[in-house]
Design a protein around this ligand. Sequence first.
Ligand code: IPE
Ligand code: IPE
Ligand code: MG
Length: 241
Amino acid sequence: MAAKDSSVSPASHVAIIMDGNGRWAKSRGKPRLYGHKMGARRVREVVEACPDHGVRYLTLYAFSTENWKRAPAEVAGLMALFRQFIRAEMADLVRDGVRVRFIGDRRPLNSKLRRLMGELEQATARNDTLHLTVALNYGARDELARAAARMAADVAAGEICADTVDADSLRPYLDTADLPDPDLVIRTSGETRISNFLLWQAAYSEFEFTPVYWPDFGRSELGSILENFGTRERRFGAVLT
Ligand code: IPE
Ligand code: IPE
Ligand code: MG
């Protein structure tokens, strides 16, 4: 589907730090996991809204490499929620033309979840309407370290020459190798930090911070942020005439 308003440039790739589930639940006297469950429901609404706004790539931060520091019950609850989400949404994602990919280090994840992630990626591999990337056990520093290790192995194997490494050489080694850089990074919940998300890829992204907690974020919040994005002048270091 085309962008609603063709006079403004749409954000082709939107990345979202989905934050505030815990505070949303607390403000209602509910356990944190209830906030995560309600937050998971918002994913479908935002996924469905993206094509209407000309968004072709949506990247969602679901679980960071630092989130293991939380109480074991919360971590286990989140992992169960990821499994439930994949099972519940797989058929609709296939039907709606959503291609799903996961970024992050899957090795520490439980084997049932890893299998479901692989199944969802395979089932949606030929879709092209919206490219949904879910960052799960993702941390940008971890991603960069894994990329550097693989690049070093290629140098050692004589596949590439260290002298020719430039700013773009790392890209094919990143988890996001097949994705464009995000045009816009949104963080919900009022926090104004990046929390180890897409540090390399967001070098020239626009940022939007909204006080809305993730379980309250939906189609209309996304719409107004994208409208505002369309009015921004991106310079990429140049002087525009
Ligand atoms: C975001 O909500 C979800 C994850 C980080 C998994 P939080 O759980 O961080 O909610 P707050 O920030 O404590 O409110
Ligand atoms: C960032 O949120 C990670 C995700 C949304 C998955 P956090 O709630 O973990 O970030 P901090 O701890 O407030 O920086
Ligand atoms: Mg948080």
